[in-house]
Design a protein around this ligand. Structure first.
Ligand SMILES: Nc1nc2c(ncn2[C@@H]2O[C@H](COP(=O)(O)OP(=O)(O)OP(=O)(O)O)[C@@H](O)[C@H]2O)c(=O)[nH]1
Length: 646
């Protein structure tokens, strides 16, 4: 038996041998390390938890330390943010997709199986947090010892609190010079009503007190309520797509057991599949023979599309049907934008890139769309603007696709008054995700706009500026409380449209980075809305059709024209930039003519330099969209919406 194992894993053995200076212990160590007998972990020695926090408070760093301390990964400098696998995640230093890892931890002579789910901190991805929470019994709520409680700390706390999970407050970054754990403990007592004695002070970076976190996980988080004697029942809490093996679903087993070869049914679609592979995520896939009640792992069962492994779906054995678990609400798209290929010849390529990317992100909604100006394309729905930017960046980076993205819009509603239209749509109320299709006032009895309840936390020195900003964005203050002697928490009701593009950036800059913001859906409200067109030399620009509040039409139109003037380079002729409502022009700017001669820099006849410059100019042009005879840089469509409130 040893011989066969030894040959199969020789490279690992060699390196272990050098570490240990003795062949045999290394050999045994590896042999033990690689075989996990899951049946040795009865339910009472399993803990399922996730780490939740405001962005950058150190979730991923703490996850790395926990993985290292339990031997799931080696202690090297290379293991920074091991769970952040995507290129965008590493570049932007943010977690976009929740990841799972199983750890084996020895505590007071017992071995425990700990399932850790790392979650993203940004508001756009709070949907990932709520689904991670549904697979857990407890959370580590991380708070930065310097920054204290922030908006997402509050939002995430309530997600865990409402799900009745055990909450372990962890104060991170105590190594920082300005760390003030005392003050953070006061905030935790005041805002969350958790006694300060329950807080664990750590430095995830240096590893200080991280062992106490592991102990607390075992001592304070209850074991899952699940029994291996029940019929098999599992919750799909995440899924992703692998080109070779199909859908890999992450599951939390709520009862019974499942093994390779079993025939399972997805409750949502009622389809039957055969289990090809299953196992743990440590954090890389680690196949096992079975998965038992209480455990968290992955399963591959020949599903061809992530839609077959719906998040929140229940899996059960074909011969033992069970009642489906409650599941959870599907993610709701809050921001819509059109996506079109730069050139219609790239349509097929872009289609397959979008298809492949959405295979892995089921929260993006895709509808085919077409426009006179842009040709055939799609209208995509995202959870927020960052989500949209990340998706766009992934399209460009991972699939080398070049796309035109139209100005983002929120889902408005209209209550129709025309019986003909009501019949056509099959209902009185319609949702409008494409401003070009905004119905005229004459056929509508009421327009409705989506609202959100925003939470802002900030040092009180910025309160005045923040209140002015909120007022400018049609915000209505609902509440304001002090969470300690210097910091305030404010609640505002906003139209989603007013905060979706740049509110967060402005809030950050006017508070020197100290204020934080989060929001949740707050239904719809009636609003006086109109459609505004932007024209370039008299030609309407479809990407820039905007729905505005009537009272804002003039100022928004003026600001958009001004910004468009700044984003469009001068052309060889004069360009008029206009905003209009119906046929009435409400604002105008002029871009003066200018002749750009790229060859002016070349003296004489160096032909290769000349060719190089011409090529560079042609590449620059590819990033431009031609409207009438005007060249517009493709990022102008989004930049033009970003306001510069004072
Ligand atoms: N000084 C100090 N820095 C830390 C500590 N823990 C994390 N950091 C740093 O804080 C920054 C953010 O840490 P991450 O672990 O990426 O934070 P996160 O909460 O996972 O961030 P998101 O995934 O984007 O929500 C990184 O630069 C870390 O190096 C700590 O204990 N001390």
């Amino acid at each position: 038996h040893f011989h066969s194992v030894g040959i199969a894993i020789l490279p690992e053995l060699t390196s272990l041998y050098f570490d240990c200076h003795s062949n045999l212990p290394a050999f045994l160590l590896f042999a033990f390390k690689d075989t996990i007998d899951l049946s040795k972990f009865p339910v009472d020695r399993i803990r399922n938890f996730c780490i939740i926090a405001h962005i950058d408070h150190g979730k991923s760093t703490l996850a790395d330390r926990l993985l290292e301390m339990t031997g799931a990964i080696a202690t090297t400098d290379k293991n920074k943010q091991v769970l952040d696998k995507l290129q965008v995640e590493r570049e932007r230093g943010i977690t976009v997709k929740a990841q799972t890892a199983t750890l084996i931890y020895s505590h007071q002579g017992q071995q425990y199986l700990l399932n850790l789910i790392d979650t993203p901190g940004h508001v756009d991805f709070s949907y990932e947090v709520s689904r991670s929470i549904s697979a857990c019994q407890g959370v580590l709520l991380i708070v930065d010892a310097n920054q204290g409680i922030q908006a997402q700390t509050v939002a995430n706390f309530y997600l865990a609190f409402e799900a009745q999970l055990a909450i372990i407050p962890v104060i991170n970054k105590i190594d920082l010079k300005n760390a003030d754990p005392e003050r953070v403990e006061t905030q935790i007592e005041k805002v969350f009503d958790i006694p300060r004695e329950e807080c664990i002070r750590i430095s995830a970076k240096l590893g200080t007190n991280v062992d106490k976190v592991l102990q607390a996980v075992v001592d304070r988080i209850p074991a899952p309520m699940a029994s291996t004697d029940d019929p098999f029942k599992a919750l799909v809490f995440d899924s992703n797509f692998d080109h070779y093996r199909g859908v890999v679903a992450n599951i939390a087993v709520f009862g019974g057991r499942v093994k390779k070869g079993d025939r399972i049914v997805s409750a949502y679609l009622g389809k039957t599949y055969e289990v090809n592979e299953l196992g743990l995520l440590r954090p890389h896939e680690h196949p096992t023979q079975k998965l038992f009640a209480g455990q968290v792992g992955y399963i591959i069962a020949g599903m061809k599309d992530v839609k077959e492994a719906q998040i929140g779906d229940t899996l059960y054995l074909q011969e033992q049907p069970v009642e489906a678990l409650p599941g959870f609400k599907p993610a709701k798209a809050m921001v819509f934008a059109g996506m079109y290929p730069m050139d219609q010849s790239e349509y097929q390529g872009l289609r397959s890139a979008i298809e492949r990317l959405t295979l892995n992100d089921s929260s993006v909604t895709v509808q085919r769309d077409s426009s006179m100006a842009l040709g055939a394309g799609w209208r995509l729905g995202f959870l927020g603007l960052l989500h949209m930017e990340v998706f766009n960046q992934r399209l460009e980076q991972e699939y080398n696709a070049s796309v035109i993205v139209t100005a983002p819009t929120v889902p408005y509603k209209a209550v129709l008054s025309s019986p003909k239209l009501i019949k056509e749509h099959g209902s009185e109320e319609i949702t409008i995700v494409n401003p070009a299709q905004f119905p005229d006032r004459s056929v509508v009895s009421e327009y409705l706009e989506p609202m959100v309840l925003g939470t802002i936390l900030s040092p009180d020195t910025y309160t005045g500026k923040i209140m002015t900003l909120c007022l400018n964005r049609r915000g209505i203050q609902k509440n304001m409380v002090y969470i300690d002697d210097q910091r305030v928490m404010m609640k505002y009701l906003f139209p989603l449209n007013e905060i979706v593009v740049d509110f967060y950036d402005l809030l950050k800059s006017l508070s020197s980075g100290y204020a934080s913001f989060d929001y949740e859906n707050a239904g719809y409200q009636a609003a006086d809305l109109i459609k505004m067109n932007i024209l370039l030399n008299g030609q309407p620009v479809e990407e820039l059709i905007t729905i505005v509040h009537r009272g804002r039409a003039y100022s928004t139109g003026k600001a958009m024209c001004e910004r468009l003037k700044d984003s469009i380079p001068r052309q060889m002729f004069e360009v008029a930039v206009q905003a209009s409502i119906g046929s009435k022009v409400i604002a105008r700017e002029t871009i003066k003519a200018y002749r750009k001669n790229v060859l002016a820099k070349c003296y004489g006849g160096d032909i290769t330099r000349k060719m190089k410059l011409l090529k560079k100019q042609a590449e620059g042009k590819k990033k431009m969209r031609r409207i009438g005879n005007v060249e517009v840089p493709k990022d102008a469509f989004i930049n033009v919406l970003k306001r510069k409130d004072k």
